[in-house]
Design a protein around this ligand. Structure first.
Ligand SMILES: [Zn+2]
Length: 463
């Protein structure tokens, strides 16, 4: 059974959804004011892994991720660029989704934008007003944390001494500055605002996630995920607003991936270790290696993201791809041997055990590499039959449905092909025709056909 670490209870809990076979899953999405950085993507890649693993375990996952397209930063940047808020945030939403695609992140089925859900937020705030959890000050509406005894349960902090009536207007602040937080911000000169039944203004950040998650997933849903920096105040406030409005538990499992550091230091622009996806691509790192590195460490441990780690990730992927290609050369439709069938099943069981243990990815990857080592060993002893090779390939493809780090055959770089052709030419020059033929056959197995012409060697991809 899958166990997930629940921040709310600080325990690894058996996971079972409210509705049999269906998981309702909400993840806090990006604030689209700029490019996302690699630290953000650790969270998004992890969420993708969690979703894929739930699907692997035969759950249907209803995944909602919000797009925060109204806040201080988006408004400020849009004005600076002379763009409307909508145009500005659409641009960065598209950039974000393109980055996700590059990192092979499945785009959630529902991507609600905050500014498309103002009426839902207003209705939620009205409900809280009716129930007496709020007060007004200068046109803004605040949530009174003293009225919710559960406040602090998620972040494990005691706010009982917080001064009643002291409030904050900013959306981000630390526990030491915990105050009544803003639900609705009064209209301000030079800022975007909406005319609504609760007055002119714009929503605070926290109300957005409560309104949109409950709209699409119900008043109580299964998993809420976000970076560990969102535990306080964002998720603490989401719980307060939602549970006070509905009188029901809001979320059953709170899951929070840790930060990453870069080259052992906190990522910051001033240290020059601040990376967007494009920066890493410019340095020649593949998206697969980035995804692999981000997933290689258990999500609740801090990850030290290094260029060396990226190179190691690339060579780990290469090892898997090399094995896949070698296995494809010998694979056929024959029955696999009982002994190897047993090995595959044993590896599958161990893999699932590791993933079920709160998605222990480092242990799960170790299982895969042990399996590949064993299969390679058999292959070198000519003890891997065509049928064995076939089920080994199927097993690795099955795992890759979750990790998604292997390139399709068609993506094998032209460069690698060129290297192989060069190696074949060298073999021919030293009259090692057996080796030359082996390379030709190996390329053929990858769908590459060589043609010897008067002008030299040509190759083409067989479709
Ligand atoms: Zn959120």
């Amino acid at each position: 059974m899958l166990k997930l670490h629940n921040t709310l209870t600080s325990a690894d809990e058996d996971f079972y959804p409210l509705e049999d076979g269906v998981v309702r899953f909400y993840t806090c999405g990006p604030t689209v004011y700029d490019y996302a950085h690699i630290g953000n993507f650790r969270t998004f890649v992890f969420q993708d892994l969690l979703r894929r693993y739930l699907e692997y375990r035969n759950y249907r996952v209803i995944h909602v991720m919000n797009i925060t397209d109204v806040d201080d930063k988006t408004i400020h940047n849009a004005r600076e660029q002379g763009m409307t808020l909508r145009d500005y945030t659409t641009k960065y939403t598209e950039v974000f989704l393109a980055d996700c695609k590059t990192l092979r992140i499945q785009i959630p089925g529902l991507l609600p934008r905050a500014t498309d859900h103002i009426p839902e937020m207003v209705a939620l705030i009205q409900k809280l007003e009716e129930k007496g959890y709020t007060y007004r000050k200068d046109g803004s509406i605040y949530f009174s944390i003293a009225h919710f005894p559960g406040y602090g349960r998620l972040s494990k902090a005691d706010f009982s001494g917080a001064q009643a009536g002291a409030s904050v207007d900013t959306d981000k602040y630390d526990k030491e500055n915990a105050r009544d937080f803003v639900l609705w911000k009064a209209k301000k000169e030079g800022e975007d605002f909406w005319e609504t039944e609760i007055g002119p203004g714009r929503p605070g950040w926290h109300i957005e996630c409560s309104a949109m998650s409950m709209k699409y997933l119900g008043e109580t849903f299964d998993i809420h995920c976000g970076g560990v920096d969102l535990v306080f105040p964002h998720h603490e406030n989401e719980i307060a607003q939602s549970e006070c409005a509905t009188g029901k538990p809001f979320v059953r499992y709170w899951v929070h991936p840790e930060f990453l550091i870069v080259e052992s230091q906190k990522m910051s622009k001033s240290l020059g270790n601040f990376f967007r996806l494009q920066d890493l691509a410019d340095l020649g790192h593949s998206p697969e290696a980035i995804r692999y590195l981000l997933l290689s460490v258990h999500y609740r441990k801090q990850l030290n993201f290094t260029m060396d780690g990226l190179r190691q990730a690339q060579s780990s992927i290469q090892r898997l791809e090399d094995f896949m290609l070698r296995a494809k050369e010998i694979a056929n439709a024959d029955e696999p041997s009982p002994a190897f069938t047993h090995e595959v099943q044993a590896a599958r069981v161990k893999f699932i055990e590791a993933m079920d243990a709160d998605l222990n990815t480092s242990a799960a990857l170790a299982v895969i590499f042990d399996f590949v080592r064993l299969a390679y060993q058999k292959e070198s002893q000519k003890a891997l039959s065509g049928g064995d090779a076939r089920i080994a390939i199927d097993f690795l493809k099955e795992i890759d449905g979750i990790y998604n780090i292997l390139r399709a055959q068609s993506e094998i770089l032209d460069e690698e092909i060129a290297q192989q052709i060069e190696a074949r030419q060298a073999a021919r020059r030293r009259r090692d025709f057996a080796e030359a033929d082996r390379i030709r056959q190996s390329l053929l197995a990858k769908g590459i056909q060589l043609e010897d012409t008067k002008e030299g060697i040509r190759w083409k991809r067989l479709s």
